[in-house]
Design a protein around this ligand. Structure first.
Ligand code: SAM
Length: 348
């Protein structure tokens, strides 16, 4: 890696403001793409500061748009910044930043949902999983419709230690709709406790580090925004494959307001539902009358461990989907009714 002293003192030269860039390149936000921009560089500096020390880091920024956060990252003494932006209108403005920061900013016109960051930075950055996080960071303010599926995809990558986590325990600092940020960080028993809370917290240390009022964005979104910092844990708090954990958690929260045994019962075919649900809860030592939001991560750990054991005993079980069983039943019922109608017709 390059010597730190010179790099960390880098500052961008005077540039047109983000507002001027938007005018210059006619970058009106496209509402249908949920584009909301941050123009205040004091705020983008604050966001970047919250992401931690970036001196000599290799940073991956998702959805840079007109480049407010991008400028703050470049001013934080990074070794390299790679940005991936889907909307080609932003590329010339970003190119201007790249010219102002020679050799530091790499621009990719692409989609963050498919971009392979694991191939983009030097292999020498890779760390052992148990080591301190690598000198790689992910930062971004994406549309909410992209950030939520993306974090689920990245959590699965954390569990498999691939994708951005090929480098090790890469920290991420990302914006979400404030309500989603609250769900990601919600503790056991709180109102916002949800599937996302469990999926994020069994794999990462998750912190809601800043709330940004909607009025800070142009145009102003309907909601406030939460900045969330994730650092993958050295050991996941549930040691089962991601799809299995996802299934147990999804079923547990199926009926949010009911006792947890109702949703968890949906893991099992109707014919065995009562007995299997009882066995699952007994063996996992979970009170069936807890509400889904009252289940802690250790509760989910035992539920997943016992469910895994049940799946090993019955190889058909994991493939069971209650929705398909319901659909089948409905179509059988419909067929019976049609047949009955047909016979009634025959009688007439
Ligand atoms: N980060 C900028 C800021 O804070 O001002 C822009 C924020 S705007 C909410 C989101 C940006 O992400 C837009 O520039 C949009 O074009 C880009 N974007 C949306 N979906 C994307 C995707 N799948 N891949 C890459 N960029 C995307």
């Amino acid at each position: 890696m390059a010597a730190s002293g010179k790099l960390s003192t880098f500052r961008l030269p005077p540039l047109p403001s983000i507002r001027e860039i938007i005018k210059l390149f006619r970058l009106q936000a496209l509402k249908q793409l949920s584009q909301n921009f941050l123009l205040d560089l004091r705020l983008t500096d604050k966001i970047v500061k919250k992401a931690g020390n970036l001196t000599n880091a290799y940073v991956y920024e998702v959805g840079p748009g007109p480049g407010g956060i991008t400028r703050s990252i470049l001013n934080a003494g990074v070794a390299e910044l790679l940005v991936v932006e889907k909307d080609s209108r932003f590329i010339p403005g970003l190119q201007m930043l790249s010219d102002a920061a020679p050799g530091k900013l790499r621009i990719v016109h692409g989609d963050v949902l498919t971009f392979k960051i694991e191939k983009a930075f030097p292999v020498s950055l890779r760390r052992q999983w148990e080591d301190d996080p690598p000198d790689v960071r992910i930062i971004g303010n994406l549309p909410f419709s992209v950030s939520t599926p993306l974090i689920v995809q990245w959590l699965e990558n954390v569990s498999q230690r691939n994708g951005p986590f090929t480098y090790g325990r890469t920290p991420m600092t990302l914006t979400f709709q404030k309500e989603v940020a609250e769900r990601l960080t919600a503790s056991t028993g709180s109102k916002q406790r949800s599937r996302l809370s469990i999926m994020a917290q069994y794999l990462c240390h998750v912190e809601h580090i800043l709330t940004i009022p909607g009025r800070a964005f142009i145009p102003k979104p309907e909601v406030d925004v939460g900045l969330v910092h994730f650092v993958p844990l050295t050991e996941p708090r549930i040691q089962q494959p991601f799809p299995l954990v996802e299934k147990v958690v999804q079923r547990a929260f199926q009926f949010r307001r009911k006792y947890c045994y109702r949703g968890l019962g949906m893991l099992f075919p109707e014919a065995q539902r009562l007995d299997s649900t009882r066995a699952l809860l007994q063996r996992a030592e979970v009170d069936p009358k807890l509400r889904p939001g009252q289940l802690s991560i250790p509760h989910f750990r035992s539920l997943c461990d016992v469910y895994r054991d049940m799946c090993d005993q019955d190889p058909q079980l994991f493939g069971y989907n209650f929705r398909e069983e319901l659909k089948q039943k409905k179509s059988q019922k419909q067929a019976r009714e049609d047949e009955g109608g047909q016979q009634d017709g025959d009688h007439l």
